[in-house]
Design a protein around this ligand. Structure first.
Ligand code: ADP
Length: 425
């Protein structure tokens, strides 16, 4: 039987008893009134006891009671006990989380809506020079590098930003912000000094090797030319060997030139002068051999020019045009178009050649990536041309889009933003 039913039956039994006694003694009303008052007083005392126990935190075991009150005490006591257990588990988890984030090698800072510091780990204090007392301070007031301030206020956190450590300028940090929750952001700073050093060593190595190869290659080429001039054609093997050697030396020279150009693109300061693009395109389209130039259809829909580096743009455009001619049949047309639309200004180089498979499109701009295609004649190349194009465009805030269909042809589009347009006069 449930506690409330027991309580009801007891009350009914008492009223029945009192009513019988009252009826016999002629005090029916008085006895019933006295019983009601007595029961009321009992309940008020129980409520008072319960309230006192609750206001004391309901921490201790509950006082001894009977009936429905015992049930009430028991339920509240159990809820309290479970809550206490859950709280303990939660604080243990928070402690473990704190300890693990404290031990993280990367600096982590939780930022509030107004860039104020809410929490930092040990690495953040060590490498960003933040203190426990800085909690509540705005981080741009403490880490004052312009590139960092620009990054944090830009709201675009898709790419990390490189900044020196405020405590040691020899240390390079890659800082990234990850938004989460309601307006909260997690700032993560990783020490990439070693990576930077290795990157510099790689660049220096490539630059030095390419540079050092230049002189011996020029000497080799010179002697080869002399030998070819001296060749009287008596030995077909010798003539063929000279021809092969000349081809390979030329290939190596292109490779060295492309590597040096890439190194320059990675390390040199950007130049920005107004480049007369229609003129540049007309020159490039007439530069090749007469057979190739006849295949080019140049359309200049705009006479707009752009701010940039003429040499770099020349190599990028030459590479695109060279590829279009190289990877399409000898008689096919290559369309070059310079036009403006509402988003900016564009150059498209379109061919009717072999096309590029979908899986290769994303990879052709990687260094040394050449698509394996069985062709009737061998097409020479270094695999660096499109890497150069990508780099040059990046330095001009431009983007390269490649659309292609196998067997039908490809279209390489360079999209320059409106802000790059300039007036050369
Ligand atoms: P490469 O010196 O080999 O031409 P690139 O970096 O210029 O080096 O091009 C990389 C690869 O992309 C090429 O080897 C070729 O397979 C493919 N490719 C580039 N342009 C075209 C094009 N217009 N049509 C088809 N394939 C192309």
């Amino acid at each position: 039987m449930a506690a409330w039913q027991k309580e009801l039956f007891t009350a009914l039994f008492l009223y029945l008893l009192v009513s019988i006694v009252g009826w016999i003694t002629g005090t029916f009303l008085l006895l019933n009134l006295l019983l009601t008052i007595g029961m009321l007083i009992y309940q008020v005392i129980q409520v008072n006891r319960f309230e006192k126990w609750l206001s004391a935190g309901a921490r201790n075991t509950y006082p001894k009671s009977t009936g429905i009150w015992e049930e009430l005490y028991y339920h509240v006591y159990r809820i309290k006990k479970n809550n206490k257990k859950r709280k303990k588990q939660l604080s243990k988890m928070i402690d473990q989380f704190r300890q693990s984030t404290e031990a993280l090698p990367d600096a982590a800072v939780v930022l509030g809506v107004n860039d104020e510091i809410e929490w930092t780990n040990k690495a953040a204090r060590d490498v960003l020079g933040l203190k426990q007392l800085d909690k509540g301070q705005r981080i741009p007031n403490l880490v004052r590098f312009p590139e960092f301030i620009r990054y944090i206020s830009s709201g675009d956190y898709s790419e990390p930003v490189m900044v020196p450590s405020p405590v040691n300028h020899q240390i390079t940090l890659s800082v990234r912000i990850v938004p989460y929750g309601a307006g909260l952001r997690l700032l993560i700073a990783q020490d990439v000094t070693q990576l930077k050093i290795m990157e510099r060593m790689r660049k220096d190595f490539v630059a030095n090797v390419s540079h050092e190869l230049r002189t011996p290659l020029t000497v080799l080429k010179g002697y080869l030319e002399t030998l070819q001039d001296m060749d009287d054609g008596h030995s077909a093997v010798l003539t063929a060997s000279f021809h092969q050697m000349q081809g390979q030396t030329e290939r190596m020279q292109h490779l060295v030139d492309d590597l040096l150009l890439l190194t320059r693109l990675e390390s040199q300061q950007k130049k920005a002068v107004c480049v007369h693009i229609p003129e540049l395109l007309s020159q490039i389209c007439q530069e090749g051999d007469p057979v190739s130039t006849q295949r080019i259809q140049l359309t200049l829909d705009t006479d707009s020019n752009i701010m940039g580096d003429e040499q770099e743009l020349r190599s990028a455009f030459t590479n695109l045009l060279g590829n279009a001619l190289k990877y399409s049949p000898d008689e096919s047309i290559v369309k070059v178009r310079w036009y403006k639309n509402k988003d900016g200004i564009n150059l498209t180089v379109e061919d009717q050649g072999e096309g590029i498979a979908k899986a290769d499109i994303n990879r052709v701009t990687e260094r040394f990536y050449r698509v394996e295609v069985k062709r009737r004649k061998k097409v020479s190349g270094t695999g660096l041309g499109l890497a150069i194009v990508k780099h040059v465009l990046m330095r001009h805030d431009a983007q390269l889009t490649i659309t292609s269909e196998l067997g039908k042809g490809s279209c390489f589009s360079c999209h320059f933003p409106i802000k790059r347009i300039c007036n050369c006069n």
